[in-house]
Design a protein around this ligand. Structure first.
Ligand code: SDX
Length: 428
């Protein structure tokens, strides 16, 4: 393939270099477009065809349903690694040695306290506040208690900010849950693993001992791995955009949490369970809801289906679907919505509307069924997604800053009024 693309505008030709990634993806480098053409730019709503950066963190191939973190297949990582190992891999680029992993975990445990004054902020929220709004606010508020901004050119400073966030975010997530259910805000146990400790912080009752259920810990660990990164998705692009102004790491992550909350993105896992419950309440007629999903006049969409990049099965959905069967069996949970979900999937995969548009179950389609079986309430499903995505957001923010990417500032095509003279009030 020639290493350039030629654009013709008004009979003139303009050449632009082609860049090729390590997995042979090709992009037209249009950095010089506006200058070379005297002002011509591009437009691509939703950036469906536009790359924002070069990145070495996650590779996904939507046509073949491939997902790799730093070159390792998601299937291998979900099966053989634990979440803290994967967090280290995403952030620092290599799987950690035992010494590195132990140090990472002990440095995180050393930072797991959250200033007691943060509880006063949490007190200000009504119990009914959605945990994603609480989490975004508290993550942003962490800046007030960790005021020194990250010196990205200092490895030590960057490392300390990373372990602080990895330590405090699970505490804030557990507190957001405990606030909703009226439980006291406290901590877990530094003698436990990262995910075991989170489960204990979530479910420990004020009285009596609590030992995390291994089935729940192992299943949650796997779910967090599957959610850990996904290249330039909406929330990660938000984290990069906010960080590109040299705003701090914590506030950049806070913005990412807000973006993830949307039902078209991470909020879909909550919307899927609400949809499945509605179908169950309506008598379980999946065919009726399939027709609604295909009806352009009906705003109903099949939540948990479709993806901007995957035009094949989302490899995460395959793993989660199998895990759902295993976890519900192990916990002795019967959930009728699992059968409804499987019925919807079967029907969609045989329906031309979905087949033609290459709409398959995505990461959000089955995950909520597992969370529910674990005793996690539906409003906490997207916070679970955020807990998993945290290391990916950190890794992407760090890469963007270390590569000294420019501040994000897209162009536009103006379609408003041409110049017009001001009219005084008495003349309008
Ligand atoms: C996540 O980007 C990431 O990587 C995200 C994520 C991550 O890990 O960060 O993978 C996590 O956000 C997964 C997606 C979760 N969202 C949902 O499940 C919500 C339901 N899905 C859709 O809203 C939709 O599929 C999106 C938002 C996921 C993708 O939308 P696109 O790429 O903008 O596609 P589109 O809306 O242009 O749809 C193309 C066609 C349209 O029909 P036509 O106009 O061609 O006739 O497919 C139809 C859409 O109407 N369509 C659906 C559908 N999804 C797309 N029709 C019914 N039900 C659906 N779910």
């Amino acid at each position: 393939m020639s290493k350039k693309a030629t654009l013709q505008i008004d009979g003139k030709s303009y050449d632009f270099p082609l860049i090729t990634g390590t997995e042979n993806e090709t992009a037209i480098d249009i950095k010089t477009l506006r200058g070379a053409t005297g002002g011509v730019t591009t437009i691509d709503p939703g950036y469906k065809n536009t790359g924002s950066c070069e990145s070495a963190i996650t590779f996904l191939n939507g046509e073949e349903g491939i997902l790799r973190y730093r070159g390792y297949a998601i299937e291998d990582l979900a099966d053989k690694a634990d979440f803290l190992e994967v967090a280290y891999l995403l952030i620092f680029g290599e799987l950690p040695s035992k010494e590195q992993l132990d140090k990472f975990h002990s440095d995180i445990k050393a930072q797991s306290h959250v200033d007691e004054d943060v509880k006063k902020i949490l007190d200000g929220f009504p119990k009914s506040a959605h945990p994603m709004g609480v989490l975004s606010s508290l993550t942003s508020a962490l800046v007030a208690f960790n005021p020194s901004s990250v010196n990205v050119d200092s490895e030590e400073d960057m490392y300390n900010a990373i372990v602080r966030l990895m330590a405090k975010f699970p505490v804030l997530t557990a507190w957001a849950y405990r606030k909703r259910v009226g439980l006291p805000l406290d901590y877990g146990d530094d003698n436990l693993g990262y995910v075991d400790n989170f489960v204990k912080m979530m479910f420990k009752k004020p009285s009596g001992e609590y030992t995390p259920n291994k089935v729940i810990v192992d299943a949650l660990d796997k779910l967090l791995i599957l959610h850990a990164d996904h290249e330039q998705n909406c929330s990660t692009s938000t984290v990069r955009m906010v960080g590109s102004s040299h705003a701090g790491l914590f506030v950049s992550i806070s913005a990412g949490i807000a973006a993830l909350w949307g039902p078209l993105h991470g909020g879909a896992n909550q919307a899927v369970i609400e949809m499945l419950e509605a179908i169950k309440e309506d008598g379980g007629d999946t065919h009726k809801f399939m027709q609604k999903a295909k009806d352009k006049q009906d705003p109903f969409r099949l939540m948990g289906f479709g993806h901007r990049v995957y035009k094949n099965f989302d490899p995460r959905a395959k793993i989660i679907k199998k895990s759902a069967d295993d976890v519900l069996d192990a916990l002795g949970v019967e959930d009728p919505v699992l059968d409804i979900a499987k019925g919807l999937e079967k029907e969609a995969l045989e329906d031309n509307y979905f087949v033609d548009r290459k709409l398959y179950p995505n990461v959000d389609f089955y995950s909520g069924i597992i969370y529910r079986a674990m005793g996690i309430p539906v409003e906490m499903f997207t916070p679970m997604f955020a807990l998993g995505r945290l290391p990916g957001w950190i890794a992407q923010w760090r890469e963007m800053r270390l590569r000294k990417e420019p501040i994000g500032r897209p162009r536009q095509v103006y379609i408003g009024e041409n110049h017009r003279e001001f009219k005084s009030l008495d003349k309008r």
